[in-house]
Design a protein around this ligand. Structure first.
Ligand code: ZOZ
Ligand code: NAD
Length: 689
C-alpha cells in the first residue's frame, strides 16, 4: 500500500510514497478520493512523503498509467469539497497533470515542475494540455509544453500554476490553504483560456511548426492547445486523448525514447567521483570563452587565461555579455549574474592555473603548441588536478606524454557553441586513470551536459564522423551544389544546421589547421578543397563575417563570390559541374555518417551504437526524432543502406565507400546496430524523397 490517509482536524491528508506515479498508485489514489467523498472531512490535501509522485526523467509514462490518470484527474476536479496538492521535489509529467486537477497547489521553495512529454514525442494526456492554458494562459502554456523545460516554484507561482509557496512545513501550509477554500472552490476546467497569442490558433500552430523541424509532437501539442482555446473543456480532453493515441503509434516517439535511454546510459561511470570546484581555461577564443560560460553557469569558479591580451579581452567580454543576456532572457536572476561574475577571473599567463581542480586547454589546434602548454602545466598545476585537452583531432596520448602525470590527463571535447551544445566527449587516453575518467564524466554531468566516453583515435567519435560527412558535402560543392543547397537539403532532413553553416560556426581555420597537422588524409586534390580555398581567401566563417556565406550578425546569406570561387576551383580541377539533387545530398552525407559510425564500432572507439547517436543528436544537431544516424540506418534497413554504399563502392569514389565490416555483417543477417525499438515503422529511403 503506497497511499495512506489520516485526518488533521477537518482535513483529510492523503499521502503517497513518491517519487514515481504508477497505475497501481492511481488506483489507490482513486480509493482515497472515494474515501474523502464519503468522509465528513471538509477538505483534503494530497501530498507525498518524499517528492510528489510523477514520471521518471526521460521515460514516457506507461499507457496503463495515462489511461487511469485522466479519469482520476477529472474525478478530483469534480469533487464538491476542495482538494489541495502539496508539491515537493522535482515533479515531471503525470505528477503535474495530477496536481493541476486539484483545486489549488501549494509548493515548497525548491519545487520544480515540468511537462516534458514533447521530448519523448508525446503530448501530456491526462488533461495537461487543457488545464495548463487555463491556469497560466495559452502563450505560456504553449512555451512550456513545447520546451518541456523545468519551471521553478517562483516562476510557476508568478504564472498562476502554483497558488502558494510555503515558507514553513509544506503539508501544514497546504492544510491551512485547503481550509480557506471550504465552500468556495473553483475548478480549472471552468476557466476561460487567457493570454491568447495575437493571431490566435494560427499563431499557435506557427510557433509550434517553427520549433518542430520535422517533429510531429509539437504540432500535436499546438492542436491540443488550440482545442483548449476553442473549448469546451470536455471536447478538448477528447481531442487530447486522440492526439496521445496518434503519438503512441508514431515511430518518432520510439526514436525519442531510444535516445533518452541512450543519454541516461552514456557516462554512468561518475558515481562517487570527487567534484570539481574550480576550473582554469587556457585559450579565450571561440571554445575557451564558451567553456568558461558553461562552467560559470554551473556555479564553478573560472580563471580564463590567454597569452594574447586582445583575445583575452574579447573572450572576457563575450563571457560577460552572454551571462548578462541570460538575465534579460529571464534565464538567470540578477543575483545569479552577480555571483557568476564574482566567480570569474582572467590572466595573461599559465601561472594562474596553479590552484585549479581542473585545467581545460583550448589553445590553437597544433600538437607542438599543446605539448608545450602541457609540459608547462605539469610544472604549475596542483597535485591531483585534472588536465584536459579540448583538441578536436589530436592524439591525447601524445599530449599526455608531455607531462609526468599522464594518468591525470584526458580529453574533454566540447562542441561549438560550447555553452549551448549538450554533448561532452570524454576521451580516454591509453594512460588516463579510472579516477580521472570518472571525474571527467561527473564534471560533464555537473555542467548539465551529456558525457559520452570515446576512445583516443583521430577525431574521437563526433569529428571522425564529421570528416566523412564533411568530405561528401565538400565533394558535392565541387560537383555542382551550392552551400545553400547542401545545407537546405540536410536541414529539411532535420539537421539543425547543414555542414557548410556548421563549418562557418566552428571556424573554418580550425579544420584548416587540423588538416595541415595530419599525415593520414587521402591523396585527393578535391578533399576539403573548397574549405581550403575559402580559408585562403580569408573567409573563416562567422568570426570574420564571411565563410561559406556572408553574415550579418549570425544571419547567413548566400554569397555570389563563393559560387564563383567554387566554380573556378571545379574548373581548375577539371570537374564538369552538374545538377545535384537534394536526395543525392542526403544519401551521400547521411550514409557516409552511418558507415563511419559503423567503423567506430568495429574499432571500439565507440562502445555502442547508442553512444554514437547520443553524440550526433547532442553535439551536431542530428534530428532527435530520427533517433541518431545509427538508429536511422536501422529504420531504413541495413540491407538498403549497405546496397547503396556498395553501389558507390563500385563507382569512381570507391576508396571512400568501402562498407564497414559490421555494416556488411549486419546487413547480411538482417540485423540492427541498435536495440530494437518498441514501435518500428520504416522511414522512406532518402533516395525516394
Ligand atoms: O543550430 C543549432 C545547432 O545545434 N547547430 C549545430 C551546431 C553544431 O553542429 N556544432 C558542432 C560543431 S563541430 C564541433 O564543435 C566540434 C569540433 O571539434 C569542430 C572542429 C572544427 C571542425 C572543422 C572540420 C572541417 C544551434 C544550437 C547552434 C542554434 O540553435 P537554433 O538553430 O535553434 O537557433 P537559436 O537562435 O535558437 O539558438 C539557440 C541558442 O544558441 C545560441 N547561439 C546560436 N549561435 C551561436 C550561439 N551562441 C554562440 N555562438 C553562436 N554562433 C543562441 O544565442 C541561442 O541562445 P539563447 O541563450 O538565446 O537560447
Ligand atoms: P580560437 O582560435 O578561437 O582560440 C584559440 C585561443 O588560444 C586564441 O585566443 C589564442 O590567443 C589562444 N592561445 C594560443 N596559444 C596560447 C597559449 N600558449 N596559452 C593560452 N592561450 C593561447 O580557437 P578555438 O576554435 O577556440 O579552438 C581551440 C581548440 O578547441 C582547438 O584545439 C580546436 O581544435 C578545439 N575545438 C574547436 C571547436 C570549434 O568549433 N571551434 C570545437 C571543439 C574543439
Amino acid at each position: 500500500m503506497s497511499v495512506r490517509t489520516r485526518s488533521e482536524g477537518s482535513v483529510l491528508v492523503i499521502e503517497c510514497d513518491g517519487p514515481w506515479l504508477t497505475a497501481a498508485e492511481v488506483t489507490e489514489l482513486g480509493s482515497a478520493v472515494a474515501e474523502f467523498t464519503r468522509s465528513p472531512a471538509s477538505a483534503a490535501v494530497l501530498c507525498s512523503r518524499g517528492a510528489f509522485p510523477g514520471d521518471a526523467e526521460g521515460e514516457a509514462p506507461d499507457p496503463a498509467l495515462v489511461d487511469a490518470l485522466g479519469p482520476l484527474a477529472d474525478r478530483i476536479e469534480a469533487l464538491e469539497k476542495p482538494l489541495v496538492a502539496a508539491l515537493s521535489g522535482v515533479i515531471l509529467g503525470s505528477g503535474v497533470e495530477l496536481a493541476m486537477a486539484a483545486h489549488a497547489r501549494v509548493s515548497g521553495r525548491d519545487t520544480r515542475l515540468a511537462l516534458p512529454a514533447v521530448r519523448l514525442g508525446r503530448v501530456a494526456a491526462a488533461g495537461g494540455t487543457q488545464r495548463l492554458p487555463r491556469l497560466v494562459g495559452a502563450k505560456r502554456a504553449l512555451d512550456w509544453l513545447l520546451s518541456g523545460e523545468n519551471i521553478d516554484a517562483s516562476a510557476a507561482h508568478a504564472a498562476g500554476l502554483i497558488d502558494v509557496i510555503a515558507s514553513g512545513d509544506l503539508t501544514s501550509a497546504a492544510v491551512g490553504h485547503a481550509q480557506t477554500l471550504i465552500g468556495r472552490l473553483s475548478r480549472t476546467s471552468g476557466r476561460p483560456v487567457a493570454e491568447l497569442p495575437p493571431g490566435g490558433a494560427a499563431e499557435v500552430t506557427r510557433r509550434a511548426s517553427q520549433r518542430a523541424r520535422g517533429a510531429h509532437a509539437p504540432l500535436r501539442i499546438a492542436e491540443a492547445v488550440n482545442a483548449a482555446i476553442a473549448g469546451p473543456f470536455a471536447a478538448g480532453i477528447r481531442r487530447e486523448r486522440e492526439l496521445d493515441s496518434e503519438c503512441r503509434a508514431d515511430p518518432q516517439s520510439a526514436a525519442l525514447q531510444y535516445l533518452a535511454r541512450g543519454e541516461r546510459a552514456a557516462g554512468t561511470l561518475a558515481a562517487g567521483a570527487l567534484p570539481v570546484g574550480s576550473v582554469a581555461v587556457l585559450g579565450a577564443g571561440t571554445m575557451g570563452s564558451g567553456i568558461a560560460i558553461a562552467c560559470l553557469e554551473a556555479g564553478l569558479a573560472v580563471t580564463l587565461i590567454d597569452v594574447d591580451s586582445a583575445s583575452l579581452a574579447r573572450g572576457v567580454a563575450r563571457v560577460r555579455s552572454t551571462l548578462e543576456a541570460a538575465v534579460s532572457k529571464g534565464r538567470a536572476t540578477p543575483a545569479e549574474l552577480e555571483s557568476r561574475l564574482a566567480h570569474l577571473s582572467s590572466a595573461g599567463s599559465l601561472g594562474a592555473a596553479h590552484s585549479a581542480d581542473l585545467v581545460i586547454e583550448a589553445v590553437f589546434e597544433n600538437l607542438e603548441l599543446k605539448r608545450k602548454v602541457f609540459a608547462e602545466l605539469d610544472a604549475i598545476a596542483a597535485t591531483g588536478a585534472l588536465l584536459a585537452t579540448n583538441t578536436s583531432y589530436l592524439d591525447v596520448d601524445r599530449i599526455a606524454a608531455a607531462t609526468a602525470r599522464p594518468e591525470s590527463v584526458l580529453g574533454l571535447h566540447f562542441f561549438s557553441p560550447a555553452n549551448v551544445m549538450r554533448l561532452l566527449e570524454v576521451v580516454r587516453g591509453a594512460r588516463t586513470g579510472a579516477v580521472t575518467l570518472a571525474r571527467g564524466v561527473a564534471f560533464a554531468r555537473a555542467l548539465g551536459k551529456i558525457p559520452v566516453v570515446a576512445g583516443n583515435r583521430t577525431g574521437f567519435i563526433g569529428n571522425r564522423m564529421l570528416q566523412a560527412y564533411g568530405r561528401e558535402s565538400q565533394l558535392l560543392l565541387l560537383e555542382g551544389a551550392s552551400p545553400a543547397q547542401v545545407d537546405g537539403a540536410l536541414e529539411r532532413f532535420g539537421m539543425a544546421m547543414g555542414p557548410c553553416a556548421v563549418f562557418d560556426l566552428a571556424g573554418m581555420d580550425v579544420g584548416y589547421k587540423a588538416r595541415r597537422e595530419r599525415t593520414d588524409l587521402p591523396d585527393d586534390p578535391r578533399y576539403f578543397r573548397i574549405a581550403d580555398v575559402l580559408v585562403e581567401a580569408g573567409r573563416l566563417g562567422q568570426k570574420t563575417g564571411k565563410g561559406n556565406y556572408r553574415y550579418v550578425d549570425r544571419e547567413r546569406q548566400p554569397d555570389p563570390e563563393v559560387d564563383l570561387l567554387i566554380a573556378a576551383e571545379a574548373a581548375r580541377l577539371g570537374i564538369q559541374r552538374r545538377a545535384v539533387t537534394d536526395a543525392e545530398i542526403v544519401e551521400r552525407c547521411i550514409y557516409a555518417l552511418v558507415n563511419e559510425g559503423a567503423r567506430l564500432l568495429d574499432e571500439h572507439v565507440a562502445e555502442r551504437a547508442a553512444d554514437i547517436d547520443v553524440v550526433w543528436a547532442n553535439g551536431y544537431g542530428f534530428p532527435r526524432w530520427r533517433g541518431g544516424p545509427m538508429y536511422y540506418a536501422d529504420q531504413v534497413g541495413l540491407a538498403t543502406v549497405h546496397a547503396a554504399i556498395a553501389a558507390r563502392a563500385r563507382g569512381p569514389d570507391a576508396r571512400y565507400w568501402q562498407s564497414a565490416e559490421s555494416l556488411t555483417r549486419l546487413a547480411e543477417r538482417r540485423g540492427h546496430f541498435t536495440a530494437p525499438a518498441t514501435t518500428v515503422a520504416r522511414p522512406r529511403d532518402p533516395r525516394a524523397q
